[in-house]
Ligand binder design. Structure first.
Ligand code: NAD
Length: 405
């Protein structure tokens, strides 16, 4: 079963005829592009909506499987809930997440595999997946560079006061003083990220040419060569880094340690006038903390594309607060990204059906434990047997998932 976002409301007229061809490996990394045996869907069209079906219908029906595709997921009696009991594989995207709570696991007794078409599997209760020995996989790197690009755009848009100035232009007005009263240069600022994995490091690389001071915090320190190349300052504790910064970008997954990390207490650590960029997950931040910090100008601005829950309600305060650069969750679902994560889902399915191993880069949990990228980047509150996990052992145990440096 696939839970995908709704079809476009407007008729689509394609703007470009093709997508740029990329090398076999991603930007600065050794991680290979998705490599299914066959790609039989067109690239450069909307594949992530219900009609697009991630290009999977022909493949799955020819193999004799039944494919149910729906966007109906949260309302009472949703198609998702009705079909759960029959599903052996559930595919959904973080942009339109099929929240897999423990109740839903209980209903899905035939479930073997959950695939995130994209990156970030926090919509799945990973503890419950481990307890039931269900594999969780995602298409890492399919959209990481695109999200880093989007974060650069948001950083510039906030600091340069781009969105309010654009509104002034659209209104036919010309008040330069209004435009510039909140406009600054990025040059010389201190910019940091919590999480310097695939997205966080790509963001730092892309910000480096702006002649800024760069900071990062991560559970895993980057190689010294990367720190030297980008002149990075490292802090083991993000709370010590935050007071140094003019801009903080959140780039860590949502898990037990990071949920609501930005709250009424920790917001006090930020320097007055800091910009906060969050394209990681909405639930890293307390909704009201952000709204009041922006309204009181403690934060100079807030931008991102992630909310909780999704879709965000029309009255969500982040939609309406001043100096916000919020958009619906879409930075990881460009036409380029859709082609890539559709191919990655196909690769994962081929491995599953043919009894071949899914590559560790794509695994979050399998065999009742965190594994692969999941072991590197996630934390679960308890192991299958209920005993607390030793975090330092977790980190040390995974020397080979560093291919993106
Ligand atoms: P990644 O696994 O490559 O990197 C995550 C990094 O966060 C890892 O280096 C990990 O060590 C670090 N980390 C984990 N917990 C931490 C903690 N408590 N403190 C500091 N660092 C910590 O993942 P990625 O591809 O860079 O993606 C990061 C997150 O971004 C995803 O989990 C997802 O939530 C989000 N994302 C959003 C979009 C979007 O469209 N907005 C797209 C892709 C990913």
């Amino acid at each position: 079963m696939q839970v995908l976002y709704d079809n476009p409301c407007n008729e689509i007229q394609q703007l470009r005829q093709s997508l740029p061809a990329l090398e076999e490996c991603y930007d600065h990394s050794q991680q290979m592009m998705p490599s299914p045996k066959t790609v039989d869907f067109p690239r450069g069209i909307v594949l992530g909506s219900v009609a697009g079906e991630l290009g999977l219908r022909k493949y799955l029906t020819e193999l004799g499987h039944t494919l149910v595709t729906t966007s109906s997921k949260d309302e009472p009696d949703s198609v998702f809930d009705k079909e759960l009991h029959d599903a052996s594989i559930i595919i959904s995207q973080p942009f339109w997440p099929a929240y897999m709570s423990s109740d839903r696991f209980h209903a899905a007794q035939k479930l073997e595999l959950i695939i995130t078409a994209g990156v970030g599997s926090d919509h799945i209760d990973i503890n419950e997946a481990n307890r039931r020995n269900i594999t969780v996989a995602e298409v890492t790197y399919s959209n990481s560079i695109g999200v880093a690009e989007s974060e650069v755009m948001m950083t510039l848009a906030l600091i340069r006061n781009y969105i309010p100035s654009h509104e002034i232009s659209k209104q036919g007005a010309w008040n330069i003083a209004d435009c510039v009263s909140h406009a600054y240069y990025v040059e010389g600022m201190s910019i940091g990220t919590i999480g310097a994995g695939r997205i966080g490091l790509a963001y730092l690389r892309r910000m480096a040419p702006f002649n800024v001071r760069l900071w990062y915090c991560d559970k895993h320190r980057l190689p010294a060569s990367v720190e030297t190349e980008l002149k990075l300052n490292y802090c083991a504790d993000w709370k010590e880094m935050v007071p140094q910064l003019d801009v903080l970008a959140l780039n860590c997954p949502l898990h037990a340690e990071t949920e609501y990390m930005i709250n009424d207490e920790t917001i006090k650590l930020f320097k007055q006038g800091t910009y906060l960029i969050n394209s990681a997950r909405g639930k890293l931040c307390r909704e009201d903390t952000i709204a009041s910090a922006v309204n009181s100008r403690h934060l100079a601005g807030y931008a991102g594309d992630v909310w909780f829950p999704q879709p965000a309600r029309p009255g969500h305060p982040w939609r309406h607060m001043p100096r916000n650069g919020m958009i619906p969750h879409m930075s990881g679902s460009t036409l380029n990204a859709q082609a890539r994560y559709a191919a990655g889902v196909r690769e994962i399915l081929e491995c599953h059906f043919e009894g071949r191993p899914i590559r560790p880069d794509y695994l979050i949990a399998a065999g009742g434990r965190l594994t692969g990228t999941g072991l590197h980047s996630y934390v679960v509150s308890s192991d299958v047997d209920g005993s607390p996990r030793n975090l330092s052992v977790m980190g040390d145990a995974l020397p080979d998932i560093v291919s993106y440096f």
